[in-house]
Design a protein around this ligand. Structure first.
Ligand SMILES: *[C@@H]1O[C@H](CO)[C@@H](O)[C@H](O)[C@H]1NC(C)=O
Ligand SMILES: *[C@@H]1O[C@H](CO)[C@@H](O)[C@H](O)[C@H]1NC(C)=O
Ligand SMILES: *[C@@H]1O[C@H](CO)[C@@H](O)[C@H](O)[C@H]1NC(C)=O
Length: 269
């Protein structure tokens, strides 16, 4: 995703008979909030609004922190970061210590701390918490990044999610008849280079996703992707500005739509 976005978070309200409850997988889940692109160094007053909405589940959709570092925009001089004469990359990864500190800072935010006490917090990542702007499978620090994200999300030490390649995960909430399944994709760990029309998810994650969509039935399914699925904004803004999206991998985008089409029960994004 683009590096310079402001903190912005969205709320999604699901229409279900409401039942107030602490995080409890068998209680009806009727209020889910989700958010992304949270700059840990900037004020985040948005948490007050989210806590006010009183979600039972909060979903991080990526750029949960801005982990990577950005050099200033420079066309001239010794450290040129843009244009054909550019000699250093604009973005570079954080060290382990730096990334850990950024997550600690994010977690220490009083508004977010309040949310964590009241809601179940789950999530996936995007490029800036994965490692570096627009990065894919080539990023060498991904194993370390995975550990730090899962620490941030309080994943159990012996969770299988700590052993798999990538942070994709699924959750089922609610009692029979009102089940909500949340599937979160990892669009980074296995992603081929942009313009390759290769893979975004990689084979193991595709097989897992097919199983998840066939698997135990839910009345509602939410699939979370850190990059846009439907929009093809790049088509209108290029060559000046590219937005990362599924549209840049048309083959896999088709595959995703076909898979969703073939599914028998309710689904939303
Ligand atoms: C979870 O919610 C269900 C249904 O509301 C309730 O019967 C059950 O006791 C709750 N469990 C816990 C651990 O709170
Ligand atoms: C995050 O916020 C800090 C402080 O306002 C700012 O200096 C920095 O550029 C921001 N980072 C991003 C990626 O927007
Ligand atoms: C999106 O736009 C680009 C550039 O025009 C094009 O190459 C690509 O095939 C488009 N993707 C889809 C899914 O239409």
């Amino acid at each position: 995703m683009a590096g310079s976005r402001l903190v912005h978070l969205f709320l999604l309200i699901l229409f279900f008979p409401s039942l107030r409850a602490a995080p409890n997988t068998t209680a009806v889940v009727s209020r889910i909030a989700f958010g992304s692109c949270a700059n840990q160094s900037a004020p985040q007053p948005v948490w007050e609004a989210i806590v006010g909405f009183d979600p039972q589940v909060f979903i991080w959709l990526g750029d949960n922190v801005y982990g990577d570092n950005k050099r200033p925009f420079r066309v001239f001089g010794r450290e040129r970061t843009v244009g054909p004469w550019r000699n250093v990359p604009r973005f570079y990864p954080a060290t382990e210590e730096e990334l850990r500190r950024k997550y600690e800072l994010a977690k220490a935010n009083p508004g977010y701390a309040k949310l964590r006490e009241r809601a179940r917090v789950i999530g996936t990542w995007d490029d800036h918490d994965y490692g570096v702007n627009d990065a894919g499978k080539e990023y060498s620090g991904k194993v370390l990044s995975q550990r730090l994200l899962l620490d941030f999300l309080d994943e159990d030490e012996d969770s299988p999610r700590r052993k798999q390649a990538g942070v994709y995960a699924s959750y089922m909430f609610g009692p029979e008849g009102k089940r909500v399944k949340v599937i979160m994709l990892d669009t980074r760990y296995h992603r081929d280079p942009l313009l390759s029309d290769g893979t975004i998810l990689g084979d193991p994650q595709w097989q897992w996703l097919e199983r998840e969509l066939r698997g135990p039935q839910s009345e509602m399914t939410i699939i979370g992707s850190s990059i846009q699925v439907v929009s093809n904004l790049s088509a209108t803004t290029r060559p000046l500005f590219y937005v990362e999206s599924w549209a840049r991998f048309p083959r896999e985008r088709e595959q995703l739509f076909r898979l969703i089409d073939s599914k028998k029960w309710g689904l939303i994004y």
